[in-house]
Design a protein around this ligand. Structure first.
Ligand code: PLP
Length: 494
């Protein structure tokens, strides 16, 4: 169906890009401190929080307070991508989706259809998820709603599950855009379950989520008068690259049931687990052997199936973030119908639905060609960046899933503040490396950064070279390298 690029993404052992070592004559520490004291009086826009009065008093009279908040999200979050796109390092565009079987235009595809999605697509999605999520019983098309991406799904679920100003619990660090997704239309908030890197008490790994921490965060939210309606779990996790074991998932679901909380399980990275040994399990695979406390019946596999809602999208696992395809799986027909009603605004064109069905049913290609190759490339790229970080003596976390490594740059922040974290991020950006800083994920410890490694070898190599220069305090970048001979498509995944 889709053709894979011919070039191999094997991890380079040496870096061939041009080097530029223009020394600015200062150590990173001194520099950061200097910049910090110069700028301490300016409140960085990214450090404001939702509801900060400074946002609502911003200087446009054309917008409502809701509009000003919506605009603020854009202003504060998009700088990195704007800068990147203005001066993008690019190869040839992806020639996929050009095969004739993807281009059919049936008259019925041009008509209004069921807002949940055409039945032919929902049937394919149900089969696809049954297979890849390893569900003990076949999943059903009537529980499927398709729409334009995971972001819309968060927005729709927040709007139909919560009243304005109610909240979802979410463990931090988390994929920070969810703040906007639940807030911009639904005016729904997030109540943070702060995790930290120290392994203490019963924890066995950094940033571990436990029921005890969930209970504490829930109590705190209640004591602040915040009504919590649900819990958001991302599995595999973004930005930690972590996965929850079936036993952990079970505990979180039982916690949610105890408090009558909805659970949104975001599995958009479920096929991007490139280390077999981590043993990823979808929530849809859980059955009574794991959930021994609950009776075995087709619809009652989960502690609270009516409040468990699973999402998946093609943006990550198929690297097709521009196609805008996402899907909800829920046994709750009220929720499915309410989300479908919002699909008037978030639905997919019939043509895209047809293409998606063609992709999802091509199981041979997905299993024999696409996934093995994709996992091999992710693994090679991950190995390369991990080795580079090890060589630099930089600690990091990563468990073999997703596209990122969670990197501990705390030793480069002399005072350990978020202002320094932002300055370091800006220095990377000035040197044409777009990383994500920990504050954007509501990490409570300044100094953590997310490195995305799902890119081509020579670009990673150049990126790591620039990272080394920034960290060594030599932050001027050389001319871009000559255009590559590679015919690989540019990678759109974040
Ligand atoms: C964990 C997670 N969920 C959802 C999304 C949104 O996906 P989409 O591009 O399909 O809206 C992302 C995108 O980065 C993500 O990382």
């Amino acid at each position: 169906m889709f053709t894979l690029p011919q070039k191999d993404l094997s991890a380079p052992t040496t870096c061939l890009g041009p080097t530029c070592m223009q020394d600015l004559g200062s150590s990173h520490g001194d520099d950061l401190e200097g910049e910090c004291s110069r700028k301490l009086d300016q409140k960085l826009p990214e450090l404001l929080g939702v509801g900060d009065p400074a946002i609502l008093s911003s200087d446009t009279s054309y917008l409502s307070s809701r509009g000003r908040m919506i605009k603020w999200f854009w202003d504060s979050a998009e700088e990195g991508y704007r800068t990147y796109h203005m001066d993008e390092y690019d190869e040839d565009k992806n020639p996929s989706l050009s095969q004739s079987d993807m281009q059919r235009v049936e008259p019925s595809l041009l008509q209004y259809a069921d807002w949940r999605g055409h039945l032919f697509l929902r049937e394919e999605v149900a089969k696809f998820l049954s297979f890849y999520c390893k569900s003990p019983a076949p999943l059903r098309p009537e529980n499927v709603v398709v729409l334009n991406g995971g972001a819309s799904l968060f927005s729709a679920l927040a709007t139909v599950l919560c009243e304005a100003r109610e909240a979802f619990l979410i463990p931090t660090p988390y994929y920070g855009a969810i703040t906007q997704h639940v807030c911009l239309y639904g005016n729904v908030r997030l109540a943070y379950v702060y995790l930290d890197s120290e392994v203490t008490g019963l924890d066995t790994r950094p940033f571990q989520l436990t029921v005890e921490k969930l209970e504490t965060a829930l109590r705190e939210a209640h004591s602040e008068g915040v009504k919590v309606k649900g819990l958001i779990l991302i599995n595999p996790q973004n930005p930690l690259g972590d996965i929850y074991s079936p036993e952990e998932l079970q505990e979180y679901l039982v916690f949610a049931k105890r408090h009558k909380l909805h659970v949104i399980v975001d599995e958009v990275y479920m096929l991007s687990v490139f280390e077999e040994s981590v043993g990823y399990r979808s929530v849809l695979s859980l059955e009574s052997s794991v959930l021994r406390l609950f009776p075995r019946c087709a619809l009652c596999r989960l502690p609270d199936p009516q409040r468990t809602h699973v999402m998946w999208a093609t943006s990550k696992d198929f690297g097709m973030s521009g196609l805008r395809f996402g899907t909800l799986y829920t046994e709750n027909q009220d929720v499915a119908t309410a989300v479908a009603s919002l699909c008037r605004y978030h639905g997919l064109s019939g043509l895209v639905q047809y293409q998606m069905a063609q992709l999802l049913r091509d199981r041979d290609w997905i299993n024999q060609v696409y996934l093995p190759e994709n996992h091999a490339r992710l693994k090679a790229a991950h190995t390369y960046v991990s080795e580079e970080l090890r060589a630099l003596g930089i600690p990091f976390l990563s468990r073999g899933a997703g596209f990122f490594i969670w990197v501990d740059l705390r030793k480069y922040l002399p005072k350990g503040t978020f202002e320094e974290e932002m300055l370091l991020w800006r220095r990377f950006l000035d040197n044409k490396v777009l990383l994500s800083f920990g504050k954007a994920f509501e990490c409570k410890e300044p100094g953590w950064f997310r490195f995305v490694f799902s890119d081509q070898a020579h670009r990673l190599c150049l990126g790591m070279q620039r990272v080394r220069q920034v960290l060594a305090g030599k932050s001027q970048v050389a001319e871009d390298p000559p255009p590559s001979q590679s015919q690989e498509p540019s990678d759109q995944r974040r």
